[in-house]
Design a protein around this ligand. Sequence first.
Ligand SMILES: Cc1ncc(COP(=O)(O)O)c(C=O)c1O
Length: 407
Amino acid sequence: MNWMARWAGPYPVFVDRAAGARLWDVDGHAYADFCLGDTGAMFGHAPAPVVGAIRRQLRRGITTMLPSEDSVWVGSELARRFGLPYWQLSMTATDANRFALRIAREVTARPKVLVFNGCYHGTVDEALAELDGGIVGPNPGSIGPPVDLRLTTKVIEFNDVPALERALAPRDVAAVLAEPAMTNQGIILPDPGYHAALREITRRTGTLLILDETHTICEGPGGYTRAHRLEPDMITLGKPLASGVPVAAFGMSAATAELSLPKARADTGDESGIGGTLSGNPLAAAATRATLERVITPAAFRHMIPLARRWTTGVDGAIRQLGLPWHVTRLGARAEYRFRPTPPRNGGEALGARDLELDRYFHLYALNRELLLTPFHNMALMAPSTRARDVDHHTRVFRECAQELVG
Ligand SMILES: Cc1ncc(COP(=O)(O)O)c(C=O)c1O
């Protein structure tokens, strides 16, 4: 796969095994893993309660196309955490986003989607879009874009309230699909007041607001939504939801469900365009339940977030000591450094500051010192089993690497 082949260095590291926040390669090197499967394993590799639940469920059936009791528990728990009453399971976050968009089109009877420049929501056709000199087009390198993206998608910069007003005014957008804080071009935090404006404008124009919490679950057990008391119409999440077993979920408000469920339940003998044969299977539900009950807990965040602070303090100290025009940002248990003096306010600024060669240099330097960072940008995730000494090792390696560069 593309993402495996494109790691820094002439060939990727081949994995022997991974446990907690450590990963061993086939040559016997033991890495402190700050990549954690790019969030899929952000609460640790192979957590014991989940391995136990999977073992138990394997003997009781893997997939049945019928709900299990665990799925009821999972639905109730997601409702409690995120504040939306109705939930459905899917296999991947990409799926969850595709299904959420279909529901949004059904509910609003509008064709288009609005995303933010520099976003990534999985391989969702409508969201693989970028601004190119102010015009919407496919992401560079995107293989086989389906149709002219101007027909399906509006793209604006994050944190730009007037652009949002203009884009939603024609009332042809079914939904804004957004990460509550952007994470895929480095961390981009919302300006103070931006979420209030986003919610007010989407409500006023009858546009649904879908928040993709797949990465921003790093902010707390109920994601960024709960931590900042946001009120989206729908939420999508995936990746770590079942500790890396392919499970994702999308939730919706009562009003959204009321408008979309009758059609989903209509006895047309047809598929609704939502779900898949393996979605919500008993193995997936058991793994999700164990993860929510025992792994993605408030106690885990009490360990992870202070470690992310330690990581940013260390990197910030090195940047200042060497007088480099760089900065480091944090979002809950996720931290990231970038090669520009101030945090970007939107995807355009972040993309403009990209330096792929410098990224590779840092990644390879770290890899050779048994540290894994998330590739393609410089992001680190803290797991419940990450140790302070792993963080301090990273700080030393970062300082040495930067020093060799400027020296
Ligand atoms: C915010 C966000 N949403 C959705 C996805 C898609 O996840 P998946 O590849 O598991 O479908 C990603 C993947 O990186 C993501 O970053």
